[in-house]
Design a binder for this molecule. Sequence first.
Ligand SMILES: C[S@@+](CC[C@H](N)C(=O)[O-])C[C@H]1O[C@@H](n2cnc3c(N)ncnc32)[C@H](O)[C@@H]1O
Ligand code: SF4
Length: 374
Amino acid sequence: MKLAVYVHIPFCKNKCIYCDFYSVVSEDFEEYFSCLFKEIELYERVLQESEIETVYFGGGTPSIVSPFFPEKVIDFLEKKSHRFSPSEITVEVNPESIDREKLRSYKAMGVNRISLGVQACDDVVLKKIGRLYNEKTLREKARLILKEFENVNFDFILGLPCETNETLKKNLRFIEEFTPQHVSLYFLEVDENTLLHNLLKKGLVTLPEAEEVERRHDMFVEFLKFKSFVRYEISNFAKPGNESKHNLFYWRNRDYLGLGPSAGGHLGRFRYTNVSDLFAYTRMVKEGTFPYDYKHENTEKEEALETLFMGLRLKEGVELRRVEKLMSLVKKLRKRYSCYVKMKDGRIFLSEAGMDLSKKIFEDLIEWYREAGK
Ligand SMILES: C[S@@+](CC[C@H](N)C(=O)[O-])C[C@H]1O[C@@H](n2cnc3c(N)ncnc32)[C@H](O)[C@@H]1O
Ligand code: SF4
């Protein structure tokens, strides 16, 4: 079985006001990694039958732990799996906690892709959202990374507090200056559990107008296309050949193992999400139990639905034979959104305009699926 492995590193130096990813401000790294090895051992049978194709260290902030830890994880995965010859190993890094030494250690252990959390190249925005670096540091670190690595992603968020047209200009200039091979462009999501949500409720922070943000998004996308990036997924752009192999495992609904608190996995038709609580996670793996918060064996139809949802995010779309259990849903989709949903060579996919409308399309799909199940 070909497998992608996600390793969650749930530590941050502080919490950004918008972030709902599971992380804690702590430095108990030793204890955490010893638990992670225990969790890996729980998957002994799966790993013995697996060929690991990609590894992704995400967070949290993987760059705040010593590279010694991810290196040990890589060694352990190699030891436990049937075959370990990943074509892609990614580490997510934050500007304030990355340096040349860490980058070189990553390289020495086989990491070949770096994902840098930029969010916005604008001091006013960065300060407002609680990031721990400024434009100057960002530039220094981006330069270091691109000197050491040939496959680099920059993450941006659009719609952040204090964002203006000037922020957009600076973001584009930043890309022009450093020419990464991959860009992820997200719209800000405001989750209830965040400080940002609280501040907005109290009127202590305002967000830019939605129409303005949409306009900036369109300009950002046009710029990336002009610079030869391909929008291969709704929020992801790559120079041809530099698409994220790891994330393609998710979008193609293939098998992946998620390790660490809050990580999710998909093995055959089995889906799970780990507990989002370091304390509970530690207790459970020490007891020798899987640290699941949610687990479910998909029916064939549920599996097809997930394949359809994930596949429609991709420019390449999804093979119709993989979603044949949902043909009436697919037909309805084609009929309602005829301008946005295309079919070619046995595949169904969204046009670029369809990608921009995907939120509405996905909401409808879910509603129709539920109605049909009644
Ligand atoms: C797992 S997060 C964190 C990675 C890394 N610790 C950092 O801060 O750059 C990965 C990416 O998700 C995006 N992200 C996080 N919170 C978001 C939110 N509320 N809305 C939209 N994108 C978000 C950011 O672009 C971030 O770089
Ligand atoms: S955005 Fe990154 S650094 Fe900020 S709290 Fe979330 S995971 Fe941590």
